[in-house]
Ligand binder design. Sequence first.
Ligand code: KIV
Ligand code: ZN
Length: 539
Amino acid sequence: MKDRQIRFFDTTLRDGEQAPGYSMTLEEKVRMAIQLEALGVDVMEAGFAIASPGDFESVRQIAGTVKMATVASLSRALAKDIDAAAEAVNGAAHPRIHTFLATSDLHLKYKLRMTRETALEQVKKMVAYARGKCAEVEFSAEDASRTDIDFLCRVAETAIAAGACVINLPDTVGYSTPEEFYALVHAVHTRVPNMDRAILSVHCHNDLGLAVANSLAGIRAGARQAECTIGGIGERAGNAALEEIVMGLRTRHDYYKDLSYNVRTTEIAKTAQLLSRITGVKIAPNKAVVGANAFAHESGIHQHGVMANAKTYEIMTPESVGVKNTELILGKHSGQHAFEARMADLGYSLDAAAAARLFSEFKKLADRKKTVTDRDLVALVEASAQVSSDPDKQYVLESFVVNSGNKMSSTACVTLRRGKKTYKEVALGTGPVFASIRAVEKIIHHPFALEDYQIQAVTEHRDALGEVSVKISDETGVYRGRGVSTDVIEGSILATLAAVNRMLDETQGGLGTGAASNAQHSFANDMLGGGHTDKLEDM
Ligand code: KIV
Ligand code: ZN
């Protein structure tokens, strides 16, 4: 019987995480992996084990956490990489080593300084070596789309003979067109004599905006695994977006001839939102499938059509990707039972302590805001998920007062608590947000630069919650934080504290003393003309 099953290989945690601005902590990667499993991906590439001890550890932890999906680690076709990958995925229920070697003449000559024959030898040796360590081995011919087709077929045949069960054809630099890519996949599919012993995979980058089109063309030509990322994140212009490929197959099953897949499309919106919250990178409103406008109908003609029959302008339903049309509203009279039931509906299972803490935050919010929507609840619970290793060492906002106007400098007086001690500082700034963050910096005695600051209303109305995301950095790295409040200054302080607690957790084991830092940038110096790219001026 012909194989009609498309395997989804998600590389959000490897190719996606590699992109600037998308790095995740170990804990965040594990959270994302759990959601990817709920989404129903067949394989998840958890990282590149040899790249760093952090990468190794996240592959190892994800391998130990995920039960249904295959967990893969990337490795170059080198013994030491394969050793690290094998060790990292060893604890997985279904482990896979994904090894690769570039095969185009351009890469062979200038990057690897290797002849085609040496490359073939290396593929044979290293795939066999990997097979000795793991039952499932995938081989990728990097830059396949710019590789001589006869040579590519020889590479695929060699890798399969050495034990690879998946042959991946990457369009590494997003250079191909759908017609060309169809021809490439079709050629490998039909010309490689032992192709019946492996499945073909596609891995397309989006430099010309063709990653999804090329992936779908590859599937039509016989590929049965699609490598992709949530939201299409990835190197440069990104990878093919998982949600677009799967919704393409689902919506046009007439055209794609009823191919099947294990992805639960109703988990798509939740997965994309989780990634956005974790990374602090917003989803573009017009992003296909998961953007806020993907199902919004603004023009009168469209609205009229949709009201008469949704199919006039809607080719897929919001429900099919997990977007709920009806939002339940809670208010200050809602009890803990209703609150917990709503949280469970939204997919959060809370233990008793978390439920009590969040219910009290919900009550405070309901006092400030007439109605509390699902989006408010998600923002609340996600912001409170940012805990550092030792809660007693975290700085917590006790109170703040700001004084600001258009004819004066702003001042902020901020009081923080850590353990049993309270700390108070006053600071000046060109705006109240600047002054407040500066006061935080003075309290913690640890200079940091503000890399990014974003604020967004969670819902549409005047009493909307403001969700603030910040990225701060010191010499040890970049740290993200989120804060939500109906008050943007409070949201900004909460977001800064979330990032600061992470930074201190990492740099000083949570010790945050005045002695510690020799950071080159300070938030204050940057803001006062240090030439850094902070964006807070005049806020
Ligand atoms: O784009 C690419 O070629 C890759 C391979 C390492 C699979 O990411
Ligand atoms: Zn890639």
